[in-house]
Design a binder for this molecule. Structure first.
Ligand SMILES: C[S@@+](CC[C@H](N)C(=O)[O-])C[C@H]1O[C@@H](n2cnc3c(N)ncnc32)[C@H](O)[C@@H]1O
Length: 277
């Protein structure tokens, strides 16, 4: 289970607002693998409802998708039933730090917006992250490509307008993300050559719905960002009242714009590119 989010409950609403942001960057990274892109066998680690798999199927040969949550896997398997019937994708229930694949099985691995769900311990040097990346190094062929789609501390501070409504939860979420320089070091320690990082600045993880200033008022919208699972009930009520008050005063759009001012320059997600030594 994610260490704080109930994805069995959220799986039905997840796709209503989520977009596979950064796919084109990941495709560019995968193109550096020793095999041609359209022949690559790729692991989608923590596939969720399969949004990134769906987008990536247009480029790579075959995908093996794993997730530990049965609700998310069920949505993914239904959505991609056609590709599964054609043998282009398979789904398995698995933990990403204990993968059911033999050594050197994959040409590429992608992990999209999953790492912050790991139950980890910063003072001990993020041992769970280290286990996950050791597992990725094990299942990748030499030269195989790893793409890690995550968020920088700056993106979490300034890339999500609604986090200003729920500052305690935003702080708690940020503490779950390994700072990117440290993440790059963990990759190197795990047997990867670190090759750079890229941020898609022109896309929002919740797509067009991100720009709905009244979005947080509905549970469906909130289900698209796990930060809301870190909000205490009294804080949630306070945030919702604040939106309503701003709206009544005709100031809601301006509030959103003010708190969204930096996002177009920094984006919401960063893709780290590494290859197995
Ligand atoms: C925010 S969702 C991202 C889903 C998908 N990658 C996407 O970006 O649309 C996080 C997913 O990671 C899965 N997950 C979290 N920890 C995991 C673990 N240790 N092993 C396997 N899956 C995990 C959750 O079940 C959930 O489906």
């Amino acid at each position: 289970m994610s260490s704080y989010e109930n994805y069995t409950q959220k799986s039905r609403n997840y796709d209503k607002t989520r977009e596979p942001v950064g796919t084109e960057i990941s495709v560019g990274c995968f193109a550096h693998a020793p095999v041609p892109l359209d022949q690559m066998v790729v692991l989608d680690a923590g596939c969720g409802t399969g949004n990134y798999s769906q987008a990536m199927l247009g480029y790579v040969g075959r995908i093996e998708a794993v997730d530990m949550n049965p609700g998310m896997l069920e949505v993914a398997a239904q959505k991609l039933a056609g590709a599964r019937d054609e043998g282009r994708i398979s789904f398995q229930s698995a933990q990403i730090d204990e993968l059911p694949f033999e050594d050197e099985h994959f040409d590429g691995v992608m992990i999209n917006q999953v790492l912050h769900h790991l139950p980890d311990d910063a003072p001990k040097g993020f041992p769970v992250h280290r286990r996950v990346f050791a597992e990725f190094a094990r299942v990748l062929k030499p030269g195989g490509v790893l793409v890690v789609n995550t968020c920088s501390q700056e993106q979490l501070r300034h890339g999500y307008w609604h986090y200003s409504l729920i500052p305690e939860a935003a702080d708690a979420l940020r503490a779950r993300y390994v700072p990117l320089d440290e993440l790059a070091e963990i990759l190197i320690d795990s047997g990867f050559a670190y090759r750079g990082r890229f941020a898609p600045v022109d896309a929002a993880i919740q797509g067009e719905s991100y720009f709905d200033p009244r979005g947080p008022l509905t549970k469906e919208w909130r289900d698209g960002d796990s930060v809301w699972s870190l909000v205490a009930e009294d804080r949630l009520n306070r945030a919702l009242s604040r939106i309503q008050n701003l709206d009544e005063r005709g100031e809601l759009e301006a509030y959103m714009a003010r708190n969204d001012a930096l996002r177009p320059q920094i984006g919401q997600a960063t893709i780290l590119f590494a290859s197995r030594e």
